[in-house]
Design a protein around this ligand. Structure first.
Ligand SMILES: *Cc1c(COP(=O)(O)O)cnc(C)c1O
Length: 379
């Protein structure tokens, strides 16, 4: 056995390049160690350029970005927000921060994301009940684009703005257009496990210059234009530090390489797992969609195995390989037991049969083969 057989394979660890230190070094040398400075400006410029969004505000997390996005869209107490049930809890928590309630909607089977038909049904039903739905959140899970044309059309039909949670999807495209540019407001995350990282961080993207200005204002304690500290509205301490933005600049230099590698890893799993009947590798790209393959996912086929994803996860763990269940649907979470849900069978089935495999862009071909070998041994 080679020594690397003992090394732990993580799901999606940070993958640093060579230039992050230069940006950090320069920031420290120039004393720009605050939530203001040239790295912040540069990082925001990089993100606008890459996504095509008109304006960008770098923030302390993706969750903070979703919170501010909801405020910009005027969501408040008594309102409702449509959220896909199949997502990470951070998509829905900020809805409660602003005093609104999430209304959950099922996924569709081809992308695993928000189902446009169920969305229409939910919007029609909320309207019938006299509820005020103020936003529709669309998420591109595991870096697979949602069915944006249909979703944007349904939302427009009901006059409800779309908040795009592209936290997992930087580098993915829909009909050639980069994700993060489809929402009235869009959101990115640079948490440690995402496709690029600032250790922790996020960004809000929009084409509306007033909203960008308002987001910047709210993220820095909402100081009025006065010589003393005067505040007319409630603000937050949500700005990204200029130091961390430096890491982001270094990471943005490599985004295309990172996407390329994650896609290769997906392709390798797909090919190597072809002979394993019990395993189906995560969704193929529908026409016009280019996923970033942030995580490679698999589903077990119950007609070919009676083992569960949890059995498999434990087996991989015994080989020092980290795997994780798919997101547990939010309508099944105790936290959201009282929230309405439309549909549910699609995401419940995905959760029951799915697992995420190690997918970090620093993985070697040998690492991928090691995971596949452990998987084949299990079946
Ligand atoms: C990571 C993530 C977030 C939150 O981002 P943070 O930067 O960790 O706050 C939101 N939504 C989805 C879908 C995510 O995966």
């Amino acid at each position: 056995m080679r020594s690397d057989e003992y090394d732990r394979l993580y799901l999606s660890p940070p993958h640093l390049g060579r230039h992050e230190l230069n940006y950090l070094h320069k920031a420290i040398e120039d004393n720009w160690v605050a939530p203001v400075g040239p790295n912040l400006d540069g990082f925001e410029r990089d993100l606008c350029q890459y996504t095509g969004a008109g304006h960008c505000v770098a923030l302390s997390s993706g969750t903070a970005a979703i919170h501010l996005a909801l405020l910009l869209l005027g969501v408040g107490p008594g309102h409702e927000v449509i959220v896909p049930s199949f997502t990470f809890v951070a998509t829905a928590n900020p809805v409660r921060y602003v005093g609104a309630e999430p209304v959950f909607v099922d996924s569709e089977a081809t992308t695993w994301n928000l189902c446009p038909e169920q969305l229409r049904e939910a919007l029609a039903d909320r309207q019938r009940q006299g509820k005020q739905v103020k936003a529709v959140v669309v998420v591109h899970l595991y870096g697979m684009p949602a069915r944006l044309t249909e979703i944007l059309a349904v939302a427009a039909e009901y006059g409800v703005p779309v908040l795009e949670d592209a936290a997992e999807a930087l580098g993915a495209r829909y009909r050639q257009q980069p994700l993060g540019s489809f929402g009235a407001v869009s959101v990115l995350s640079f948490n440690g496990n995402k496709i690029i990282t600032t250790s922790g961080g996020g960004a809000l993207l929009t084409n509306n210059p007033e909203w960008a200005q308002q987001a910047r204002f709210l993220a820095t304690q909402a100081r009025d234009a006065a010589p003393y500290y005067q505040h007319s509205v409630q603000g937050y301490n949500y700005r990204l530090s200029n130091l961390l933005a430096g890491i982001g600049r270094g990471q943005m230099e490599l985004i295309e390489d990172r996407v390329k590698r994650r896609r290769e890893i997906y392709a390798q799993y797909h090919e190597l797992l072809q002979p394993v009947e019990a395993v189906q590798v995560g969704p193929a790209e529908p026409e016009g969609m280019r996923a970033n393959r942030w995580l490679t996912t698999i589903l077990l086929r119950p007609e070919h195995t009676d083992r569960t994803p949890e059995d498999l996860r434990q087996h991989l763990e015994s080989h020092n390989i980290e795997a994780r269940p798919l997101w547990k649907p939010l309508h099944l979470q105790p936290l959201f037991a009282s929230s309405p849900m439309y549909g549910g069978t699609v995401c419940e089935d995905l959760f029951a049969r799915g697992l995420c495999l190690p997918s970090g862009s620093a993985m070697t071909d040998t690492d991928v083969r090691r995971v596949v070998k452990a998987l084949r041994e299990f079946f």
